[in-house]
Design a protein around this ligand. Structure first.
Ligand code: GAP
Length: 515
């Protein structure tokens, strides 16, 4: 656990030091759970967005994109259920005056019991060595059995109070477990209350004439309300999809874990409209396709797992998360939801407009079913960044910090250095920059010794460093160094574009999805 926390701290400080993520309004001590993407971060984020967009829109003839507005007619959120049901259960501690999500307090308590089990297992592993059998230990060790029983009982009761919105039961559970406030240490709790997560604002000049609107809490509804516009103007035939990337806003109460849970974040969502009855087949197929997209980035199959939901939202007939092994453990990265015809039907009802598709093959109209894929861009950024950040031991006994970003996503593809700042070398290096910048984001650096410049680019995540030396003036060749292998090769300046392209081209990476 301590190792995980250390790694997470490193991620935070590296993201700042190397110009990836800054706290919003830092000079005013920041705004909680709101972050700014810096000069390198904005490039990484843009590259992730493009990698998603190409995979979802460009590679599918039957998927098109839109860019709907953040502000929508307020009835949208009544129809979608967000006004009435997009709530978190909150509880205050009367002594510290701190506010918590009731479910998170219980989940954290349960996790602590789980950590004790893990500790017992680690100890036993050490004691028994190769002879240790974890399954048998879990099934027979009395401490583990007692703790696992407690975890299971908490899970059952937590699920019940959540499903039944039993707020008094929620408080009782917190009291029964003896959970105390992490700040004051007291058990002096208020009642549990529901708190709506949408940010509201007003449209209009005066208080009397203004209308209450909301900052969208998901991009999906902009797609639903445009379903028929896109279908008709694009002459789309079912099955087809509409994709969108854009900002979403949630007044998260427990805002923590850096850009994992933010108040302003970006989603990349796709709603796939299908014939009723075929949703299961499409749900399975999108689960598989989305996992392949993740795996194509080469961050290790062992770092992903599916979590199929037992407890389904009122609009869903199946749902699963793709979880990623973040520095704080496996957590949701993307959701795949079979949303039935709930949203389109609700918008039909509230708007009084038909949102139906005329199926020429069937010769009838129906409200399509929807399978949704929804991933947080910031969460994907955190997944990529945290997995890429490595401290590598070197043969000479030293170590290096290297950000092994998938080359296709790296902000800069190459850094170009003159070995020294004289003898015409900067001019050649600058000419290489001028030639390569038409195809790639490249970086020029002439400050400090070359070894130091290599280290800087390793830590910034640049896949290639290119050094111009005195021989370059004679033979028109340069040294190219690979970030991950640190291998150096002499290559012709004329070949640089093809060498870089072979490693950073989106096509090469996306084709891995078909392997
Ligand atoms: N349209 C479906 C929907 O919004 P969700 O599970 O609430 O479903 C989808 O959100 C994805 O959006 C999540 O898997 C996560 O990656 C991202 N996400 C949700 N809330 C977030 C937050 N507060 N900060 C960052 N990302 C968030």
């Amino acid at each position: 656990m301590a190792k995980q926390e250390d790694q997470f701290k490193k991620v935070l400080s590296h993201a700042k030091e190397y110009g990836y993520v800054f706290q919003s309004s830092e000079i005013y001590d920041g705004l909680s759970a709101v972050y700014d993407y810096a000069q390198n971060g904005v490039e990484l984020k843009k590259n992730i967005r493009e990698y998603w967009w190409k995979a979802m829109v460009q590679m599918h003839e039957n998927i098109v994109g839109i860019d709907a507005s953040i502000l929508m007619h307020p009835t949208t959120w009544k129809a979608s259920g967000h006004v009435d049901a997009f709530n978190d259960p909150l509880i205050d501690n009367k002594d510290s005056k701190k506010r918590y999500r009731a479910d998170v307090l219980v989940e954290d308590f349960r996790e602590k019991i789980n950590e004790k089990i893990q500790k017992d297992i680690t100890k036993a592993k050490k004691r028994f060595g190769d002879a240790f059998n974890e399954e048998e230990f879990r099934a027979t060790n009395q401490n583990v059995l007692r703790r696992q029983k407690q975890i299971d009982e908490i899970t059952v009761e937590l699920t019940r109070v959540q499903e039944e919105s039993d707020l008094a039961g929620f408080k009782q559970l917190i009291e029964d477990l003896g959970i105390n406030c992490p700040v004051s240490g007291s058990k002096n709790w208020t009642e549990v209350k529901q708190f709506n997560l949408m940010f509201g604002t007003q449209i209009g000049a005066s208080a009397e004439s203004s209308t209450q609107v909301y900052l969208r809490p998901e991009t999906a509804q902009g797609i639903f309300v445009n379903f028929l516009n896109v279908q008709k103007t694009g002459r789309m035939k079912i099955p087809f999809g509409i994709a969108q990337t854009g900002k979403a806003f949630r007044n998260e109460i427990v805002a923590r874990q850096f850009i994992f849970r933010m108040r302003e974040f970006e989603q990349m969502e796709m709603q796939f409209f299908v014939k009723p009855g075929t949703q299961k087949q499409w749900y399975d197929s999108w689960k598989e396709t989305r996992l392949k997209w993740h795996l194509s980035l080469g961050m290790g199959a062992e770092n992903y797992r599916f979590h199929d939901h037992d407890k389904l939202a009122h609009y869903a007939d199946a749902a699963a998360d793709i979880e990623f092994n973040f520095p704080f453990g496996f957590k949701e990265l993307e959701g795949i939801h079979s949303r039935t015809d709930f949203d389109l039907k609700a918008h039909e009802e509230y708007s009084g407009k038909k949102l139906q598709y005329f199926d020429h093959e069937e010769n009838k109209s129906y409200v399509p079913y929807v399978v949704e894929t929804s991933i947080g861009l910031d969460r994907m950024f955190l997944a990529v960044f945290s997995k890429a950040l490595q401290e590598e031991a070197l043969d000479n006994g030293t170590s290096r910090t290297v950000l092994k970003l998938p080359a296709v996503l790296a902000p800069y593809k190459a850094a170009i250095f003159p070995l020294v700042k004289k003898d015409g070398l900067p001019e050649v290096a600058k000419q290489i920059v001028a030639d390569l910048k038409w195809d790639f984001n490249v970086f020029y650096d002439e400050k400090d010794a070359v070894g130091k410049r290599y280290r800087r680019q390793d830590a910034a995540g640049t896949p290639f460093c290119i050094t111009v030396d005195h021989d370059s003036l004679e033979d028109q060749s340069v040294t190219i160094r690979h970030r991950d292998t640190m291998e150096q090769k002499r290559v012709a300046i004329a070949d640089l574009k093809d060498i870089i392209k072979a490693e950073v081209d989106v096509k090469t990476w996306l084709q891995k999805m078909e392997a």
